[in-house]
Write a new protein. Sequence first.
Length: 737
Amino acid sequence: MTHDASVVVFVTQLVVLLIAGRLAGELMQRIGQPQVIGQIIAGVLVGPSVLGSLAPAAWHSLFPDSHAQKAMLDAVAQLGILLLLLLTGMETDLGVFRDARRPAMSISVTGIVVPFACGVALGALLPEAMLPNSGRRLITALFLGTALAISSVKIVALVVRDLGFVRRTVGQVIIAAAILDDTIGWLIVAVILGLAVRGTIDVTAITLTVVGTVVFLVASFTAGQRLVFLVLRWSIDHLTSEMATVTTILIVAGLLALLTNAIGVSLVLGAFVAGVLIGQSPLLTQRIDAQLRGLIVGLFMPVFFALAGLSTDLEALGQRGFLALAGGLIVLASVGKFLGAFLGGRIGGLTDAESFAVGCGMNARGSTEIIVASIGLSMGALSQQLFTAIVAMAVVTTMAMPPMLRWALRRLPLSAQEKARIEREELDAQGFLGQLERLLVAVDGSPSGQFASRLAGLLAGVRRIPTTVLHLDHEPAGQAASAKAERSTAALRAGVAAGDEAAPATADKVDVTTRSGARDEAEQAIAAEARKGYGLLIIGREPTAAGAAFDPQITRSAVRFGGPFAIAAARGAYRRATDSPLSILVPVSGTRVSRHGAEIAIALAQASRGSVTALYVATGRTPILPWRERFGGSLASRNTAEAAIHEVIELGGRYGISVSGRIRTARTRREAALREILAGQHNLLVMGVTPRSADQLYFGDAPAEIFERAPCSVLLVSADPATVRGVVSGAGRVAQG
């Protein structure tokens, strides 16, 4: 076969596998099963057992018996294994494991030991006819034990998420245990592969492999984690070509895979660890994750699992003893995993009902077993018959797991603590701050710059948001500029520290990056940073305003950023450096814009251990009843004022912030708001505002007068991306000036 003809056949194979895998995966998904099952079945259908039997000539034309042709598909399969493990590692949430580590560790240990022992025992009892090499029975037995022991974290997480139990305590325990299962499992696979290569039990070599693995893991999760973060940040900050960061991630995964191979461990461990390190990086934005996931899920996942099905020979069903072997594998895998996980759950302090649900949830094998079996088949540790039996076991256990887990989880009542936590997490996911992935702070050395830095630090610390500080001053260099930059950075880090204390103790450290530039180049610097993927710009610079209008440089900064922004102005006590708690007043109206302001106000109060007062101003002749009468009891009356105030009270309650609600009547909202501010009970006013189309940055008469006359510090928040277009269109001429 010529080179061109070989390439044509290869591309045809990929197209057929993609079509079959995608269609079958869609079908499985529509009936409530993981799509990986459909992809495996698709491979069986286009394989020798079905298409090869129905149309042998067409099948041989599509999959010719050529070593070179098979090598091309095998290369895709091997690359698919590495990329799937990279994706699995990226989906590994160590935060979930930390929160449920006690039961997860006991579940994982007993859940691996029991079925592993069952698999090894089965391998020791298999007749020689079923072994690929009777002299390597131990290797085969170890591969069988591993295939029975490991749960597929991808399938487990997918099913738990689809059932809506990912935020339940038992759901997090199941996912955490599956994460640990995968990690331990790939360590076992790495050691077994090293043993398989050597062919004999070399205690010295195995000891070196284990020690090398431990050293690699320790180095990876200490210095390696920081190094991966620095590489990703450099890629995001300096590479401007399309999908450059995805290329960087693939390079990191490849290098770590080669490193583990160099120390005598399988490539798969390096790819998995690379995925974990990359997944924990705060710089892995949803956009980058989606780009990489699209490549893997769109191409390699359907092809790899279809190839696994392609390697499955259904003719084995007719062989004597195969059904007994496959049935024995399924029973041993299911019973062993269930008993091990149930026992681990009870040891870890779970109830019988929770342990039962965990036992059901850990029984899905799916993708992990297919990968292990594929490695064993390629290494000669498994025969074709054993490979087919393991694939059958993986398919059956994976298909049985969703209905069993659904039934078990529905028997568990939702506790009050779980309900409160789930509501808070859902609120985080839906809110503006929950979607922020990076924060940009543009400040000078003025009091407003330092105050903006502190506010940004509080937000970053309490909500775990990576932050970049852009120092902008008249002096691009020198001691004066350096001292001002240091003060702003110190204010931000102090805010981060305060937010750290208010956040959960298990939260990851917040990354803070500092940059500097000349003030007259501020807009260009902000525009350059904006391309790197920030969700919010906080501006702190003076002069803030010229009369009733904002300073043109602030307008240009907001325009060049092109996304949600906030403007901070330090007044009163915050003209001096202070870390006192914030007493925040936030006007609310029930609109999305005011909700954004309230959300930020509550986060700042949580981080600074301060307080929030929500102010609703009613205008016109509508009578307003006294507060106690309106908000005591069941809140039966649901008018606009009640709904707006009550929404903020509920939001604050979910973060432990007691929100005071006030309703004021006045001819204009401006009048009532100023009266409340001038009373002097608050040191910060947070307002959600909407830009108006104009030649300069303008939020309307009321916000302009309040901003100008307020004696306390002010934070104006324009967090609705849709409203920012008004700035871009209205102030575009200023940006060009």
